[in-house]
Write a new protein. Structure first.
Length: 326
């Protein structure tokens, strides 16, 4: 598709001036395309959807209807950040749906990773579809498609939560950043005034913590995972590692091991720390983290996270291991 091909003459966005020029250009293009119609956007809080949201708010204001679905598998504080930034700071027309119980009930006793992914993706479409049908005057659907999606997935944003249009909904697409690479998207996000924590957010799978809470998801183990993951991110931030390590997170498997707590035998979960560096995600190496950082993370998780008695560091490169555990 010719309009999905990045022109050879298109200048890379490498400076704030170029980012602002791109924003001005896209504001004009969006206004010309949309007119007075409303635009619907699934706002996950990820880099791409957040940049699209901020750009469209600048272009058409409250004609943009943002839908943020909390499937209960977000990292600690992420949904709260979406509400704070978009509703409270940018005055977005934001619909927040807490569908935690709905998703976790569907996932009960499901241990197969692919089945979990399918349930999460399918249920997201159902929730989004239900909300879309409540809206009036919407002719357009905005998506955070970026250029690697077009190159690698034939234009389908495979990792996006929506994964495609719900059946029966016929919207025209608005994709203002579809010709940009990830580094350019981040630069545009900075120029739009989004917080660094959102603009430089790490890659996060559509199923969220659902594929890091290994096996059948339980609410108590999911809570332990969310708290452990938050500690890992806090300590990486404190020690200046966030900008040096490509991706890092915690995993909690569906198994227990023996431990001793308060002089009594415990039978609790391990937390596995995963950190990798990569250029293209096809291969990945494991960084040698400072021992004092690993020690602090371990002490904090064991002291602050209920139901955990061990902390492990995954040293496996890709290949043969993958970056995610599921």
């Amino acid at each position: 598709m010719e309009n999905n091909k990045r022109p050879e003459s298109m200048q890379r966005i490498t400076t704030p001036e170029l980012a602002n020029a791109f924003i001005d250009e896209q504001i004009a293009a969006v206004r010309a395309q949309v007119g007075s119609s409303k635009v619907l956007l699934a706002l996950s809080g990820g880099v791409d959807s957040s940049v699209v949201a901020a750009l469209l708010i600048k272009a058409i204001g409250r004609q943009l209807v943002c839908v943020h679905v909390n499937h209960g598998l977000m990292r600690k504080g992420e949904s709260e950040q979406v509400i704070e930034v978009f509703r409270n700071q940018l005055d977005a027309n934001l619909i927040y749906i807490d569908a935690t119980d709905r998703f976790l009930d569907k996932l009960e006793n499901v241990s197969d990773p692919e089945k979990k992914r399918h349930i999460i993706g399918e249920e997201f479409i159902h929730v989004f579809d239900e909300e879309a049908r409540k809206q009036e005057g919407i002719d357009f659907l905005a998506q955070g498609t970026i250029y690697p999606d077009i190159i690698e997935s034939k234009g389908v944003k495979a990792h996006h939560n929506v994964g495609g249009l719900p059946e029966g909904l016929s919207f025209q697409l608005v994709e203002p950043i579809k010709l940009l690479y990830k580094d350019e998207v981040r630069m545009v996000g900075v120029a739009l005034g989004l917080p660094a924590a959102m603009v430089y957010r790490q890659p996060f799978p559509g199923p969220g913590l659902g594929v890091r809470c290994l096996g059948a998801i339980t609410r108590d183990r999911l809570h332990a995972l969310r708290e452990a993951d938050a500690i890992v991110r806090e300590e990486f931030d404190k020690n200046g590692l966030t900008e040096k390590v490509w991706q890092f997170f915690a995993v909690v498997p569906d198994m227990r091991s023996t431990g001793v707590r308060d002089g009594k035998r415990a039978f609790d979960w391990p937390v596995i720390l995963r950190a990798v560096n990569t250029v293209d995600a096809m291969t990945a190496t494991v960084p040698e983290l400072p021992w004092n950082v690993l020690e602090t993370i371990t002490q904090r998780i064991l002291a602050e996270v209920p139901g955990v008695c061990r902390v492990l560091y995954d040293l496996s490169p890709k290949p043969i291991a993958t970056i995610e555990w599921e």
